[in-house]
Ligand binder design. Structure first.
Ligand SMILES: [Zn+2]
Length: 222
């Protein structure tokens, strides 16, 4: 227990039912770890520790709000998307080559139908029949990829800009606001008689339901 003199409650003006919020919160919160074991496809087992937390009703009410979540860098999502696209491409490319297997016999047929057109050798006709559609397909494919690349780049730049804006707000406003509220929470005392919390230097009793609002705004009026 705290040996320093306890501050008096602003409401009942007594010290006998006062406790530091950080310590009652600790007493009303149970934290434990469970070890979980997973086995991968090669039969290797690995274990990891999973954190669990349980609160009594009082503990839950005295809990400090969670740290605001940091915005996610868009690079993560584009990395995952790129990986999926790569796998799809590797799987689908052999399928895209199937139409070409029809062109090769076609070249032979064309060469048979047009034996010698004004002295043009058969190999040139075959080459044209195979080569032209192939070139066309490659050109269309490359064109599509370039178009897709430009679209993805534009989208990425937009997402990056919105991420940077959110990050600025998070760094400049959300995080310092939360940190200030957390510092105030560390100074809170709880009166069991009135079920109110207070910061000694501010001498104002606040109900548990208003605790979070009070932490974020010292001038908050109930
Ligand atoms: Zn009191």
């Amino acid at each position: 227990m705290d040996t320093t003199a306890l501050p008096a409650c602003p409401k009942c003006k007594q010290t006998d039912q006062i406790q530091k919020v950080t310590s009652i919160y600790g007493l009303n919160t149970k934290e434990w770890y469970e070890t979980r074991t997973t086995t991968d496809s090669d039969g290797h087992t690995s274990s990891y520790r999973e954190r669990h937390e349980a609160h009594t009703q009082l503990g839950l009410k005295l809990k400090m709000p969670n740290q605001p979540a940091q915005p996610t860098h868009p690079g993560l999502w584009y990395g995952i998307g790129g990986f999926v696209a790569f796998i799809l491409l590797v799987t689908l490319c052999p399928l895209a080559l199937i139409p070409f297997s029809f062109i090769i016999p076609l070249a032979g047929a064309a060469a048979a139908f047009v034996p010698t057109v004004q002295g043009v050798p058969t190999w040139l006709i075959s080459a044209a029949v195979i080569g032209l559609p192939t070139l066309c397909a490659i050109a269309v494919g490359v064109g599509l990829l370039v178009w897709l690349g430009i679209k993805v780049k534009q989208r990425f730049d937009r997402d990056m800009k919105s991420y940077k804006d959110k990050k600025v707000v998070w760094d400049r406003d959300e995080m310092p606001r939360w940190q200030a509220a957390k510092n105030r929470w560390d100074q809170l005392y709880y009166c069991l008689r009135d079920e109110t919390v207070f910061i000694p230097s501010e001498n104002k009793a606040v109900t548990l339901d208003d605790m979070v609002k009070y932490l974020y705004d010292p001038y908050y009026k109930a």
